[in-house]
Design a protein around this ligand. Structure first.
Ligand code: ATP
Ligand code: MG
Length: 397
């Protein structure tokens, strides 16, 4: 048993000693069987949320009505979820109502994919009622039960299936793929926030190329915000190695570039994905910087982060790999700019007012901009007395 499970054993044992059933479930069991790095360790139990809260000193209620309590144990947090079924699905979305139950097998049955529907006992025994191990061995994404039924219950599962393809490098089982093609329009009932989470994970997976191509040939992409008429561009974007990027902003910048979205329409596109304002702004800034020349003034205006991001994107688009040396060069060129922002200028608006002896007005910022440009481009050194001399001889007001 891996260290992360051993660390979580006391939580399982506490539940078991109180007379309850308790198992490790979901992604951690899958990743353990696959010998991948294990993410969050989730626990399922037949104890009701109130009972879970009573058994542990430190808990956080994150959705008691859905059965989930977070247990803090040593320096870790564990989601402990009461066995449940989700019998009433409304509008192809997650159910508003759940029933707590006592059967592990029934709990596992409501999970989306066979590979996500395994459990592990406190002794490290894997319980696999739906052929999860076999599907992992065959690298197959398959729903627990009939895919059409499961997608009608919660249409997000279609996108999750493709997301796991990307992360694990698996293929869809033929019936799962067929069901996605058939039921794709149901995805329109799912909230944008849930789609965005899955789509970003999909992009970051090692097999994003295959996953994006599956989105295209099943037609599922049509139900993603702003993608409807983008088949060809999306196909081109599928060649981009998104997993080499390190931030959300960069992911979205690549999409803006590859989907050829006019930057004036970019806010609308990114808003449709309900991205935070900061991510939107940064993505647009990177896309704007991309393809610009790297002269001193444009570097200065763009800023280091965005220049490096745009250069990375450009290298990855061309060669599918990063040229670290070249990136370092670009960074050094930026670092050698005489100033990085107006506040580095050895001359202020106040200095200018004193020198010109004129009432303040728009001219101040205009003239400061001229000084800024002259300093950035190396025509003028960033020293107060040189700037003063330059102002006296060159710009006459
Ligand atoms: P990751 O490593 O990306 O977190 P994960 O398998 O833990 O992968 P989560 O999205 O965290 O995936 O979900 C945890 C578990 O809950 C899944 O393994 C699956 O058993 C179940 N699950 C999550 N979403 C759904 C859904 N929409 N329908 C059915 N079961 C789901
Ligand atoms: Mg998880």
């Amino acid at each position: 048993m891996e260290q992360v499970f051993i660390k979580a054993l006391p939580v399982l044992r506490t539940l078991i000693e109180a007379g309850h059933q308790a198992y490790f479930v979901g992604g951690a069991v899958r990743d353990s069987y696959m010998k991948r790095t294990i993410g969050d360790v989730d626990i399922a139990t037949d104890a009701a949320p109130d009972q879970v809260q009573r058994l542990f000193q430190r808990t956080v209620d994150v959705g008691k009505e859905h059965g989930t309590i977070i247990v803090l144990w040593e320096d870790e947090t564990y989601e402990v979820t009461t066995f449940r079924t989700e019998s009433e699905y409304e509008d192809y979305r997650r159910p508003s109502d759940v029933q707590f139950i006592t059967s592990l097998e029934e709990d596992l049955k409501r999970r989306d994919l066979t590979i996500n529907a395994m459990a592990m006992t406190a002794d490290g025994k894997v319980l696999d009622y739906f052929g999860g191990k076999k599907d992992i061995d065959q690298k197959l994404i398959r729903t627990v039960g009939k895919p059409v039924d499961r997608f009608q219950e919660d249409a997000l599962r279609m996108l999750r299936a493709v997301r796991f393809m990307s992360q694990l490098g698996f293929t869809l089982s033929p019936d799962t793929e067929e069901a996605i093609t058939k039921e794709k329009t149901l995805l329109s009932h799912v909230s944008v926030e849930r789609k965005t989470v899955e789509f970003e994970k999909l992009l970051q997976g090692r097999a994003s190329r295959q996953a994006l191509q599956t989105l295209i040939h099943t037609g599922l992409y049509e139900e993603l915000p702003g993608f409807y008429h983008q088949r060809e561009n999306l196909l081109a974007a599928s060649e981009f190695p998104f997993y080499s990027l390190t931030s959300r902003e960069e992911l979205w910048a690549v999409l803006l570039i590859d989907l050829e979205i006019d930057l004036k329409d970019a806010p609308l596109f990114l808003k449709a994905w309900k991205l935070p304002g900061k991510v939107m702004k940064e993505a647009i800034h990177i896309a704007h910087t991309f393809g610009q020349s790297l002269d001193a003034m444009s570097m200065y205006k763009a800023g280091e982060k965005s220049i490096v991001a745009a250069a990375k994107i450009s290298q990855l688009r061309q060669n599918k790999r990063l040229d670290d040396e070249k990136l370092k060069d670009i960074q050094n060129t930026y670092q050698s700019l005489p100033i990085k922002s107006l506040k580095d200028l050895d001359f202020t608006g106040k200095d200018l007012l004193a020198l010109r002896n004129r009432p303040a007005g728009k001219w101040v910022s205009e003239e400061l901009q001229q000084i800024e440009q002259a300093v950035v481009t190396g025509k003028l050194s960033n020293q107060k007395k040189h700037i003063e001399e330059w102002l006296k001889t060159c710009a006459q007001h």
